[in-house]
Design a protein around this ligand. Structure first.
Ligand SMILES: C[S@@+](CC[C@H](N)C(=O)[O-])C[C@H]1O[C@@H](n2cnc3c(N)ncnc32)[C@H](O)[C@@H]1O
Length: 276
């Protein structure tokens, strides 16, 4: 696989997502009016009361989770690279009468004015579009206020690389340690919309971030790991049978920025091991 600069990866992914975005609407407005929550019970439990807190959602798409945060009284900023997604989000926010600031931004190079958050949230197929995890975690730590928390709810990287072949039968279709991938060997791992409208004929690159690489990047960014929960979800492994609940399908990671930190610490320079 050829090496690409993160900025090149992001520009090609922007085109890919802008072709898909007009076809993705998320939950209908009525869902939210009826009291529906785009955040899971586990997410709500780790985030706690967001009333009056500043929340940033990264790779928000049409921002369904951002709308739920706003309905719960948070001041929300939601960023994405696909303008059509953001337009859908703005229309839904207006219909709901909630205030969410939808901003077209690359989450790798956020405008310096997008800063000072109590909660930074990313979920469900957002992290796999980050081309450089160390750069991203450092930026996230930098945009958090002391005491702030990073919340990541994602497909499990093990799920990303396994394909169901039948009852109790899995095969390895991706490389857990391979990191970057162009396209998907298993269509179930591609954005759901591509199964209905097909895959846009433009290059795009996403990444499988192993749990080890994620935790390491979080710690190197100067954050404190608060929790890492793994969950089963039989619907993520259709056809696997009863044992589908024996393996993880999703995870939820939380990490905080220390209350007495002044700025996110950059990773310490790597020192060689001195051998006597
Ligand atoms: C599968 S969606 C994210 C999940 C979202 N919670 C949802 O359910 O729709 C992936 C999103 O990431 C966005 N994205 C990809 N690369 C990005 C980047 N560098 N900065 C910001 N958003 C990005 C895409 O435009 C797309 O809306």
């Amino acid at each position: 696989m050829s090496e690409q600069r993160p900025s090149d990866v992001v520009s090609q992914n922007r085109e890919y997502w802008e072709r898909l975005a007009p076809h993705r609407v998320g939950e209908p407005v009525q869902f939210f009016l009826d009291g529906g929550s785009a955040l899971t019970e586990s997410e709500l439990a780790v985030v706690g009361d967001v009333h009056g807190r500043r929340v940033l959602q990264l790779a928000c798409s049409m921002g369904d989770e951002a709308l739920t945060f706003a309905q719960r009284g948070a001041a929300v900023t939601a960023v994405d690279i696909a303008p059509s997604h953001l337009a859908t989000g703005r229309a839904k926010a207006e219909a709901l009468g909630v205030d969410v600031e939808f901003v077209e931004q690359d989450m790798m190079t956020l405008d310096p004015r997008i800063t000072g958050f109590d909660v930074i949230y990313i979920s469900w197929g957002g992290l796999c579009w980050v081309p450089d995890l160390s750069e991203w975690t450092r930026l996230v730590a930098d945009r958090m206020d002391p005491g702030g928390v990073l919340v990541i709810s994602e497909h499990h990287p093990l799920w990303e690389v396994m394909t169901v072949r039948g009852e109790d039968a899995l095969s390895v279709s991706g490389d857990y340690f391979g990191i970057g991938r162009d396209g998907y060997a298993d269509p179930l791992k591609a954005p759901e919309i591509t199964r209905r409208i097909g895959t846009p004929d433009v290059p795009h690159r996403s990444y499988v971030w192993s749990l080890g690489s994620l935790v390491t990047a979080v710690l190197h960014a100067g954050l404190t790991l608060e929790s890492l929960q793994e969950f089963p979800d039989p619907d993520s492994y259709p056809g696997l049978g009863d044992h589908a609940t024996y393996i993880p399908a999703t995870y939820l990671l939380t990490a905080s920025r220390s209350r007495d930190s002044h700025a996110a610490s950059p990773p310490s320079p790597r020192k060689g091991i001195k051998r006597e």
